[in-house]
Design a binder for this molecule. Structure first.
Ligand code: ATP
Length: 712
């Protein structure tokens, strides 16, 4: 036995080489595994490796990258600007070639795309901030495709005869790890065969001696049992010398891409499994219980973490160490597990990190981790929309083809179906002359339309299928909003005609794509002490802010002093998730109406943000808001003039509502308030105090005050 142990104490590869000649014959000479330790060259040079390489000399495989790739399909010579397919001379998505490389499939996001290509060349970290579904993880995957595959490594963990709780770690070029493990297994198998043979001979001799010569049957059986156990125990410890192939890149086609979004510490940093036996010959050797984390599997590739701020601080700190050192030892993550006693030698973690999220993610992430990315990488803000050009529309048609190809079961889309998807991309952009870059949702529409076509057994997906998909694939917010409108109709709570004092039909957005009518009621009453703003409903903060904004205006034109009054505001049936930022024009109108006791027209709905000077500033989601007003039976909608270019309502609503653009609160009051004399005197007062040059009549623009960006 001691001979066996001595043999296993040799360099692990030595044993492997001796034992398996056939493996060696078919393959290249086995490379010497590289120990990974703190002074490993990769570690020491780690930060240097992340400095910019202005010449981009580090990887020539990325040098052939073009910029944005044009669609491969027949294109008309003279492209009509209005052509929804940007001049593509095709009948269906079948005729569009989908590029092989992910980076060529990315549409828009030119800046992020350039950064990713540069960062891949220079092996630098990237932080991508932006809306969901705009291609952050797609770009991170694309980056992995761009990293050189030649550098990939396998990682092996070996038993450490000097300290069983500190397994040794070795790296070899990708594909060699499997060979080494196989060689060790083969050697162990042969050794076991030899041992079994030896064991049976000894047992036979002992039994023979006990039975024939000594006549001691029982003693013979006992001795044979002891010999059997001794040999079994010996063979187990022989098996223990087989290394654990921790990271296997034998079949990896590109540099690894590891998505660690929402990962727990063990999955991110690696773990050592608990061993219930721990001793007595039944235990599993510690090196066999070591599990790699995403940081180890991503070695030489990309580690992608979305919503990085949701990682606990300890994990963020360890992540930072792994980035800094280029290697990170694995230990058991649970303190109560026997795995916590084990700590491997450092395992390489030479990955490029792509951290993603929205603005909150950036603000809440560990400051040191953020500064590490800043110092040794790039930060990029993702676009939400892109200019609507014929070239871009061709790419959107290609996007439909990409999604069809990716799904693999959907019928192809015909011209009109592609056009309808592009129209929807325009609508979802919420900005004139732009297309949305929120592709995940658009891809969802393509899949639902494809599924409808497939369920009908259609050869191609048509416009009608896309329209049906649009009706079916309503978001939760849209479903709540529609349900809300229906219920208000059922209970006759919607007021959409006549005049009511202090009540205004406001408009708000829920989620990203649903408008909702949110009536605001105001009541002004003398106060016992200093006046205050009292809001019922869920939007206290918004009410206070809106009243504060409007109080400056009211103070000027009204004899009433708001500071001596209690202003009660109610957002009627406000829902969780309703974004009320754009309610300030509504609140102002309701308060002025209540204060002056003038009725507000209920056939009108409104949205807009108000400056302290009375300017109506642009807001988000106007298209959805106008559609919500139309659904609820309003026939007039007041919106900020600056938002006019963003209106892209569906045809069915166009006939139902008149849209009135306004630039100043006086225009809102002109349109919405009841009674000529009262209204005229109110507006005249407003005009004097704000210097407005309001022309009478609906929707005329006055008093171009300074405008600021939309609050949404
Ligand atoms: N710019 C783009 N060009 C082409 N397709 C895109 C683009 N962005 C997203 N997609 C499509 O949408 C899918 C989802 O995108 P992806 O997962 O990259 O979004 P994300 O920004 O990482 O979103 P999240 O933050 O919610 O994870 C992709 O698999 C791809 O099909």
């Amino acid at each position: 036995m001691s001979n066996d142990m001595d043999k296993d104490d040799r360099h692990p590869e030595q044993g492997a080489r001796d034992s398996d000649e056939s493996t060696q014959q078919d393959s290249e000479p086995e490379p010497e595994p590289t120990p990974v330790s703190g002074d490993q060259p990769t570690d020491g040079n780690r930060e240097r490796g992340h400095h910019p390489d202005p010449e981009g000399t580090e990887s020539s495989s990325i040098d052939d990258l073009g910029s944005s790739v044009e669609v491969s399909a027949d294109i008309a010579e003279d492209v009509d600007d209005d052509d929804l397919l940007g001049g593509l001379l095709i009948d269906s998505t079948d005729e569009i070639e989908v590029p092989d490389r992910l980076v060529d499939q990315v549409i828009g996001q030119e800046h992020a795309r350039d950064v990713v290509m540069k960062a891949a060349k220079q092996r630098r970290h990237v932080m991508m901030i932006g809306s969901p579904g705009t291609g952050k993880s797609m770009l991170a995957k694309a980056m992995a495709e761009l990293l050189p595959k030649e550098e990939l490594q396998d990682v092996l963990v070996y038993h450490n005869p000097d300290d069983g709780n500190q397994p040794k770690v070795r790296t070899v070029p990708a594909g060699k790890g499997e060979q080494i493990v196989e060689a060790h297994k083969e050697e162990a198998r042969k050794r076991n065969q030899m041992r079994s043979f030896l064991m049976w001979i000894i047992i036979a001799v002992v039994l023979g001696y006990s039975l024939i010569i000594a006549g001691q049957i029982l003693l013979g059986i006992l001795a044979a049992g002891i010999i059997y156990l001794a040999f079994r125990y010996g063979s187990r410890s022989g098996d223990a010398m087989i290394p654990n192939l921790l990271v296997n890149n034998a079949d990896t086609k590109t540099a690894p891409f590891e998505d660690s979004t929402g990962a727990h510490a063990g999955a991110l940093l690696g773990d050592v499994r608990h061993d219930p036996f721990q001793s007595g010959g039944m235990e599993t050797p510690s090196h066999d219980r070591v599990e790699p984390g995403a940081i180890h599997k991503a070695n030489k590739g990309v580690l992608f973490i979305d919503e990085i701020n949701t990682l606990d601080i300890r994990s963020q700190q360890h992540l930072m160490t792994a980035i800094q050192e280029g290697a990170f030892g694995i230990t058991g993550q649970s303190e109560r597990s026997s795995g916590a006693m084990v700590q491997t030698e450092p395992v390489p973690t030479d990955f490029v990190m792509v951290a993603a999220g929205n603005l909150d993610a950036m603000e809440n992430m560990h400051p040191a981790l953020r500064s590490r990315i800043k110092g040794y990488g790039y930060e990029v803000y993702m676009d939400d929309t892109i200019e609507d050009t014929p070239e871009m529309r061709r790419k959107y048609a290609r996007f439909v083809a990409q999604e069809v190809a990716k799904d693999g079961r959907l019928p192809s889309f015909d011209r009109e179906a592609m056009e309808e998807v592009i129209l929807e991309a325009r609508r979802r952009a919420g900005r004139k002359g732009h297309l949305t870059l929120e592709f995940r949702n658009l891809g969802g529409l393509v899949r639902v339309a494809g599924d409808i076509g497939r369920a009908e057994g259609a050869d191609t997906v048509t416009r009608e299928h896309v329209l049906q998909a649009k009706r079916r694939s309503r978001s939760i917010e849209q479903q709540i909003a529609d349900d809300y409108i229906q219920r208000r109709k059922d209970y006759e709570l919607s007021v959409n005609d006549g005049f009511v004092t202090g009540r205004v039909n406001g408009l708000a957005v829920m989620g990203e794509d649903s408008g909702i009518v949110m009536p605001v009621m105001a009541e002004v009453a003398p106060s016992q002490g200093p006046g205050q703003v009292i809001a019922t409903g869920k939007l206290q903060e918004i009410a206070e802010e809106s009243v504060q904004n409007v109080s400056a205006i009211i103070k000027k034109f009204s004899d009433e002093d708001l500071s001596e009054k209690d202003v009660h505001i109610q957002f009627v049936q406000a829902y969780e998730g309703v974004d009320g930022d754009s309610a300030s024009v509504t609140v102002a109108t309701a308060v002025i109406s209540a204060l002056e006791e003038v009725g507000v027209a209920q056939n009108i709905a409104m949205t807009g943000s108000l400056s302290v000077r009375g300017d109506v500033l642009p807001v988000g989601g106007v298209t959805h808001k106008i559609e919500a007003a139309a659904k609820a039976g309003m026939d007039t909608v007041i919106i900020p003039a600056a938002n006019m270019q963003d209106v892209m309502i569906e045809d069915e609503y166009k006939e139902m509502v008149e849209i009135i653009p306004v630039s100043h609160i006086s225009e809102v009051l002109d349109v919405a308030l009841e009674g000529e004399p009262e209204k005229d005197s109110l507006i005249a007062r407003l005009r004097t105090i704000t210097g407005s040059t309001l022309d009478k009549g609906k929707g005329t623009t006055v008093n171009k005050g300074p405008s600021s960006p939309s609050p949404q």
